[in-house]
Design a protein around this ligand. Structure first.
Ligand code: CUA
Length: 328
């Protein structure tokens, strides 16, 4: 494996790793230049302008336009360069592209639980194909954690009761460290593992060899139609509750007059705290499912509800009861 030109740094193994490093080195260079410059000037002036005779008076200085402009304009340009460069890298990092392969991550004291769209589960490991855009949808069962892959130069807090997403495109096959980067209790330092970046065909073999139980969509369907019986109300339009077919990703008009996005967050809140977001034209009759569903089941329900939209768009029909045809 090829070593980085500064051995202190982790490998550059994602599409934005190099850019992130350029930004970092640029800021480092600015800091070193001014840090060394200021220290040298202090030393030089302390010697040059030391008191040569007792009670010497300093020279009278009345300002200099050139000097004032120089030390205003140059720092301004440098600061703006850092801002613009930083903003470009930030947007790349935290705006997830739409065609990414989605993987669910649930943090827990003290492990990372991972589930692929095809159903495979892993703990403290994440297998991904090289050259593919991967989106992680992450939450936690207990306290705040932080998912961090140094070689990909990306990390994000994983927050109780919320979904955060990061994405990356691994560029080199290999084995890379995975850490929890937020102190989360006694075994925080042990809450890590490895990301395995594999060639596409190796990844396909790995997927085939790890027979899965249920895909998230199947698990969600089972919860929705059988175990939690959400379907008894959400089955068809005109029922006691709004139909969910094709609803994901659209806007929802609430009884309060507010319009909100039907996204992961909204779905989760509607299951755990239904009376908080009543859809216009419906009664607040849905019971809460707080304490009855785990974070992983919530992710499965979200995957299923999302698939209702996708199946509908593709087939032009669908009553919300059928299984999705498969995963993209
Ligand atoms: Cu989880 Cu630190």
């Amino acid at each position: 494996m090829q070593q980085n030109w500064i051995p202190l740094f982790p490998e550059q193994a994602s599409s934005f790793a190099a850019e992130m490093d350029y930004l970092y080195f640029f800021i480092l260079a600015v800091v070193i230049f001014f840090g060394v410059g200021c220290a040298a000037a202090i030393l030089a002036f302390a010697i040059k302008f030391r008191e040569k005779r007792k009670f010497e008076k300093g020279a009278d200085i009345h300002g200099s336009m050139v000097l004032e402009l120089t030390w205003t304009v140059i720092p301004f340009v440098i600061a703006m360069a850092i801002f613009v460069f930083g903003a470009i890298v930030f947007y790349k990092l935290y705006r997830v592209p739409e065609n990414a392969m989605e993987v669910f991550v649930v943090g827990k004291q003290w492990m990372w639980k991972v589930q692929h769209g095809t159903g495979q589960r892993e703990i403290n490991e994440l297998h991904v194909p090289v050259g593919q855009r991967i989106k992680l949808t992450m939450t936690t069962e207990d306290v705040l954690h932080d998912f961090y892959i140094p070689a990909f130069r990306t990390k994000a807090d994983v927050v109780p009761g919320r979904y955060t997403s990061i994405w990356f495109e691994p560029t080199k096959p290999g084995k890379y460290h995975l850490f929890c980067a937020e102190y989360c209790g006694m075994n925080h330092s042990g809450m890590g593992g490895y990301v395995y970046v594999m060639e596409q065909r190796d990844f396909d073999n790995w997927l085939a060899g790890n027979s899965s139980s249920q895909t998230p969509v199947q698990a969600g369907s089972d919860l929705f139609n059988n175990k939690l019986a959400c379907a008894s109300c959400h089955q068809q339009a005109g029922g006691r509750a709004p139909s969910l077919t094709g609803a994901f990703g659209k806007k929802v008009k609430l009884a309060s007059g507010e319009e909100v996005d039907f996204n992961e967050e909204y779905t989760r809140n509607s299951i755990l705290n239904p009376s908080g977001q009543i859809v216009e034209g419906y009664q607040p009759i849905m019971p809460t499912f707080k304490g009855q569903v785990t974070e992983e089941q919530l992710l499965a329900l979200i995957a299923y509800i999302k698939s209702l939209g996708a199946a509908n768009a593709a087939a032009g029909t669908g009553n919300g009861m059928g299984m999705s045809s498969g995963n993209k």
